[in-house]
Design a protein around this ligand. Structure first.
Ligand code: URA
Ligand code: CA
Length: 445
């Protein structure tokens, strides 16, 4: 086989067979095809697309490039969850212990923040002592012991994704639905969970800005999941304004703990219960997602989800005392109030701008290896639909003690510009716009 012929075939709009796709991925990872040919192939895919079976074959070839995590010796249905990335989205920190409290083992490998979206690992590492760098054996042992562990995905899993993503990133081929679907699903399939619930975000703070493309991505991922023998469902949720109130690592961890106490922001709780309801349903702990949701609400209210969170923290070397005393978490010791310059109803909050403002404060990385500051971030005091008067506090900035006045002013300006106003009350829009069930049936709210 020659890479040239496969590039030509895709450039001309023809479908590749499984053997051809496997050849490309394997030869690329082992270094026998150069970057420039794979870059040309990715661009051909960007314009010509991949059909469902090509996407499934690409995913399988990517999984085969590395190790797989074997969870077979852990009893029970292992259910994972994946989000396509949002701003202020703390759901994993709530869901992992919550679903484990319901008796489903959760072995989760997570990533770090990417661009304006935060990463679960960065949030967990705000807990003093918490270790995310577990070996695969440590991970499975932790799950056997407490039913839940969240750790960093190591380089031995899906090395093809790392190499392909870096290439896509510099060749303007990241935002291709089949390539995104294969990249995400390869990482999920390499972890041997039985079932998977996907949270596909849509809106201006998300990769997918419009509903039809969000459904297309969800459909592609569900097809891959089913094709790989995993029970898969997807929920499509809005990411126009940040989720909850907190954006920033320790601030979001606090928000997660408050949500585990049953006192969290309603939108965050709603999303956790919706995704968790599906997880219970796929794990056969509930007959349907609504029933799953009721069960989980009970575990938030009776303290068992918070208890499971403490076990998880302790098990991974962290100080579980933070769950009862949130002031043990890193804090900046400085807060700046951002005040409204006008009156009206908040008609929207641009999640992308808030995410960028948090990165500017040091909550995320501008470059891949930048250090992050766990304490900094933004707390939104007003959300979409709220009525405000001029001079009322919209948000609190938690900046680094030593940050420059120039930076603080720029962040304040960005936050003010993220808030949009209307003269009339704003009708509320449902957070969840649809879902795809385990059979692939689609539902629109
Ligand atoms: N997230 C991923 O893991 N891969 C992509 O290609 C895009 C988003
Ligand atoms: Ca939040």
């Amino acid at each position: 086989m020659r890479a040239y012929d496969l590039i030509l075939k895709k450039r001309n709009g023809q479908a590749l067979n499984g053997a051809e796709i496997e050849y490309l991925v394997e030869a690329y990872v082992t270094g026998s095809i150069p970057d420039y040919q794979v870059a040309a192939f990715m661009m051909a895919v960007y314009f010509r697309g991949l059909n469902k079976d090509e996407t499934l074959a690409l995913t399988g070839a990517m999984v085969d490039s590395g190790r797989r995590v074997n969870l077979d010796h852990i009893p029970g249905t292992k259910v994972d969850k994946h989000s396509t990335g949002g701003v202020g989205d703390t759901t994993t920190l709530v869901l992992a212990p919550l679903v484990a409290a319901a008796g489903l083992p959760v072995a989760k490998l997570s990533g770090r923040g990417l661009g304006h979206t935060g990463g679960t690992l960065d949030k967990l590492e705000a807990i003093p002592g918490f270790k995310t760098g577990l070996t695969i054996d440590d991970l499975t042992n932790a799950v056997l012991k407490t039913g839940v562990a969240v750790a960093a995905q190591g380089p031995e899993l899906v090395p093809a994704d790392k190499k392909l993503y870096a290439l896509r990133d510099v060749t303007a081929t990241v935002d291709s639905i089949p390539l995104i679907a294969a990249s995400i699903m390869a990482k999920k399939i390499a972890v041997g969970t039985d079932a998977l619930v996907l949270d596909v975000k849509v809106g201006r703070g998300a990769f997918m800005k419009e509903l039809p493309e969000a459904f297309e991505l969800a459909r592609a991922m569900c097809y891959i999941g089913r094709g790989a023998g995993r029970d898969t469902a997807a929920v499509i949720s809005r990411m126009d304004q940040p989720l909850g109130k907190a954006v920033g690592n320790a601030l979001e961890l606090k928000e997660a703990v408050i949500t585990l106490r049953g006192e969290g922001p309603l939108d965050l709780e709603e999303l956790c219960l919706a995704l968790g309801g599906w997880m219970l349903c796929l794990g056969d702990k509930a007959g349907n997602p609504e029933q799953g949701r009721e069960i989980l609400k009970g575990f938030l209210d009776n303290g068992s989800a918070l208890e499971k969170f403490k076990e998880m923290v302790e098990n991974q070397g962290g100080d579980q005392g933070i769950a009862d005393n949130l002031s043990l978490l890193p804090e900046t010791g400085r807060k700046i109030a951002v005040k409204s310059e006008q009156e009206g109803y908040i008609s929207g909050i641009d999640a992308l701008k808030i995410g960028e403002a948090a990165v500017n404060l040091g909550a995320g990385r501008e470059k891949k290896d930048d250090p992050i500051d766990p304490a900094v971030g933004i707390v939104l005091e007003k959300k979409t639909g709220d009525k405000v008067r001029a001079g009322e506090v919209l948000a609190l900035i938690h900046p680094r003690e030593e940050s420059s006045a120039q930076l603080r002013e720029a962040v304040e300006k960005k936050i003010i510009s993220a808030y949009e106003y209307g003269a009339e009350p704003v009708p509320s829009v449902p957070l969840i716009c649809g879902w795809i069930d385990r059979e692939g049936e689609e539902y629109h709210v």
